[in-house]
Design a binder for this molecule. Sequence first.
Ligand SMILES: [Zn+2]
Length: 137
Amino acid sequence: MHKALDEAAAAAEEGEIPVGAVMVCKGKIIARAHNETEKLNDVTAHAEMLAITMATSALGGKYLNECTLYVTLEPCVMCAGALAWAQLGELVYGASDPKRGFSRITPSLLHPKTKVTAGILEKKCSEPLLTFFKEKR
Ligand SMILES: [Zn+2]
């Protein structure tokens, strides 16, 4: 999760919403990404989406059933849906997202086999977001 936080910090530096994600497979980091919606002019360029693409190209297969995704913010429904398609093995996230988080809207969205752990370093994960939105809006 600390590596995911580093990614979130990199996003903040680039003026992106500070969300970071790291994909781990068999103890190895195979992808690290942060939100790039501004840079890419792409509303789908969430950290999780970029991490999925990076991870599958690193693995050479489309399924991530042996991977764990660490992400600083609870995934939105788009990302949770994509993670379901990828059959993600385990999802670990920090801060909850009461507005856009998938768990409030459709908790069953993830793949039935995906293990979920929430609230890891929650405070540390939400801090950059709170700072970011305080400065921007
Ligand atoms: Zn998302």
